[in-house]
Design a protein. Structure first.
Length: 80
C-alpha cells in the first residue's frame, strides 16, 4: 500500500493492489461505513459482494467513485 495524491483533484489516496487481479487501485484514505472495499492482512484489496458483511474490518471506497475528475482517467491502461 502506497500513499499519494490524486493527480486531478489533489486529494490524498492509497494505492493498493487488488487481490483478484494484481492491478493497482486508488482508494480514499479514510474508511467509511458504506465502503465496498476491504484490505486483507497482506494489505491487498478485495471488493465486497452485494450484501456481504465485512464485520469490524474498515471499509474503503475507490477514489474513482469520489473524484470529481474521474472521467479523465477511466479506461486508461485498458486500451480505451
Amino acid at each position: 500500500m502506497d500513499r499519494g495524491r490524486c493527480r486531478s483533484c489533489g486529494e490524498p489516496i492509497l494505492w493498493v493492489e487488488m487481490a483478484a487481479t494484481g492491478r493497482k487501485m486508488p482508494l480514499d484514505v479514510l474508511p467509511v461505513p458504506a465502503g465496498n472495499v476491504v484490505l486483507g492482512p497482506d494489505g491487498r484489496a478485495r471488493v465486497l459482494g452485494k450484501g456481504e458483511d465485512a464485520g469490524e474490518t474498515p471499509r474503503y471506497v475507490s477514489h474513482y467513485a469520489t473524484c470529481p475528475q474521474a472521467v479523465t482517467w477511466r479506461g486508461r491502461g485498458r486500451g480505451g
